[in-house]
Design a protein around this ligand. Structure first.
Ligand code: ATP
Ligand code: MG
Length: 333
């Protein structure tokens, strides 16, 4: 089986965008690939985090992966910080990147603007070098494929550039990974501003559906979702981004085509659309909540993570040694 790796930052609770964009596909991939999935807690601290919250969110993300259908018997699930090789290779890759290429990352531009109130001097350095650690997360495991949403494509491109550059300069050491974009390039949009993507760390709680939201919260958020004043249900992401986003959410959850959706709501009003979307969401989320409540108790998660880390470490440690050798770092090994 070809290897595949992916991760999510526990910066906040898993969003519907994360789920529909990446997590849902992993359920199938775990049967087809040698799948490695990690909770990226080292990435979470690139933006200041309250330690108690971080612990909570990290545990929650681990449990949610499993509740959403990942099976630790079939795949490798671990915590990024448990495999120290991520930090080791992360540093090495930082030395192989340039200020120029890191400055071009659009996520850095967006997040640093948000964090610094326009003052360059207070932008966290980790936010800037983040893509190097992300490149390490990937290159450590020599995966053939990396499933990412469209928003992460630029970071993966950078990982590929660094990999090829090092292969050329020091001799073959990295597999240059291919991105697997979600089927149909799924991008779930913000419910309050449907021209931007839904982000789990969005500061407006109404803008994002969290996988652990209660049925009542979900119903309220969908009710409050921004549409337009036409009262015409038609898939048109450019002119009707709010309505199209709701249709898209329904179409992906229910696995029905956009044409079918156009037909389904012909002549109906926005309330009908929103009721249907809410129903589809509840159908999706309730069984996930049940599973979540089951596994969050006791030592189960800890055992899963310990087993996962020791499996991941075997691969990662070999790789770090190889890289250090090629670069002349551990001369005596
Ligand atoms: P943050 O606000 O902390 O950046 P995020 O929601 O963007 O949170 P990430 O941890 O950056 O989530 O990304 C996890 C995965 O989810 C990535 O592969 C990313 O491409 C995907 N993803 C994130 N948001 C969406 C979205 N709105 N639609 C589809 N996929 C998404
Ligand atoms: Mg993001």
């Amino acid at each position: 089986k070809e290897r595949m790796i992916t991760g999510i930052t526990p910066s906040d609770s898993m969003s519907l965008g994360n789920y529909l964009g990446v997590v849902k596909n992993l359920i199938e991939y775990q049967n087809e690939y040698d799948l490695f999935v990690f909770v990226a807690n080292l990435h979470a601290i690139t933006i200041p985090k309250d330690p108690t919250q971080l612990k909570l969110k990290t545990k929650e993300m681990t449990a949610l992966y499993i509740a959403c259908g990942l099976d630790p018997e079939k795949m490798t699930l671990f915590l990024q910080s448990d495999v120290v090789e991520h930090s080791q290779l992360g540093w090495i890759l930082t030395t192989q990147s340039t200020m120029g290429e890191l400055s071009r990352m659009t996520q850095f531009k967006d997040k640093s603007a948000k964090e610094s109130n326009g003052e360059n001097i207070s932008i966290p350095t980790g936010l800037f070098t983040y893509p190097c650690l992300m490149a390490a997360d990937i290159l450590l495991y020599d995966p053939k494929f990396v499933p990412v949403g469209v928003d992460q494509k630029q970071h993966l491109e950078l990982a590929r550039d660094i990999a090829s550059r090092m292969n050329n300069k020091y001799g073959e050491m990295h597999v240059v990974p291919e991105p697997i974009l979600t089927k149909g390039n799924i991008k779930i949009m913000d419910l309050q501003d449907p021209t931007k993507k839904m982000s789990k760390s969005s500061e407006n709680p109404k803008a994002v559906i969290k996988m652990l939201d209660s049925p009542a919260e979900i119903a309220n958020k969908i009710k409050a979702a921004v549409t337009d004043s036409e009262n015409l249900i038609k898939y048109d992401p450019v002119n009707k981004p709010g309505v199209s986003n709701l249709m898209n959410i329904y179409s992906i959850i229910k696995d029905v085509s956009i044409e079918e959706c156009n037909k389904r709501w012909e002549g109906k009003n926005y309330k009908d659309l929103k009721d249907d979307v809410t129903e589809a969401l509840l159908e999706l989320i309730i069984p996930i909540h049940e599973k979540y409540n089951e596994i969050i108790k006791g030592d189960y998660l800890k055992e899963v993570l310990e087993k996962g880390a020791s499996k991941a470490k075997k691969v990662a440690n070999k790789k770090v040694n190889k890289v250090q050798n090629k670069l002349g770092i551990n001369w005596y090994r």
